[in-house]
Design a protein around this ligand. Sequence first.
Ligand code: BGC
Ligand code: CA
Length: 344
Amino acid sequence: MGKMRVSSTFVAIIFMVNYLVGCTNNNEVYNNVEEIKIGVTVYKEDDKFISTITNNILELAKKKEKEENVKITIDILDAKENLANQCNQVDKFILNNYDVICVNIVDRTSAATIIDKAKSSNTPIIFFNREPVEEDMRRWKDVYYVGAEAEKSGELQGSLIIDKYTSDKSEIDKNGDGKIQYVMLEGEHGHQDTAIRTEYSIKTIVQNGIEVEKLADDTANWEFAQAKSKMTGWIKEFGSEIEVVFSNNDDMALGAIEALKEAEINNVIVVGVDGVTEALEAVKNDEMLGTVISNSIAQAEGIFNIAYSKATNGDLSDVEGLEGKYIKTKHIKIDKNNVDVYLK
Ligand code: BGC
Ligand code: CA
């Protein structure tokens, strides 16, 4: 009995010491972490914008490893547009004791199952780019979202057209009827950015007193090839009637530009969103009027900072831009005037 009492007192002392260290000296606890493991699953690996985010996360991890002398493992898995795959990947991360899981979810309306898995294993979860519905975000305290202010991207895209209309009206309104005849290449249906960008780009233009006429709109699922084929069809259907191509992202805008080149048309105005390098080059070469940078560096930083803090000391108070459970990054409007600054 005596022995028992001694050992439980000993355990209690160890516990107290740990507790006090934890309370009084965060650095000590933090420095004790030797390795952290972050699991990332993306809806589709060859999405240009998503791969810029994941590459940035890898860079940030490399830098942090050196600065803090901690081993950081980041595993990035491709769900190949299949939610069941993605759920299995989350299970695998949980089974292998990953500290944090980051999810670019295949279907943003189906986050509940994944959140519940994270909750029951007490693994913090960070969604990015594809925003779960609010109701799901409330299912557990350790659920976060990092993305961009979608409304703003649409507004800035619209304002690229307003700028051009104001400075060189005849270069946009080629038939001089006082209206902008346009086609709209939409992203994947169900993605928050698709509906919001489509709505806000046009709304911004109309609110500025410029009339528009939609010739056609359709989804090309964020993809270059699908956009190129849609645009080829529209060129056949509408020919020189098309004055502006609005695209919900750059990759589809680049697909439309390819179709225009093949049809040897060079007076149609194209605008995109994302700010991927190929699009910035197209702006520089006058193939594209402009784009809107969705800050993939800031988004990667947001994801990585939450993940790192959660995996080490758990303290999110230093995470820049975090409001409640959300980080929403700002956009930058790009046209010929400022593209050089961002091409570097
Ligand atoms: C980007 C697209 C990307 C999509 C993937 C959007 O925010 O603009 O380029 O394909 O996210 O979810
Ligand atoms: Ca016109």
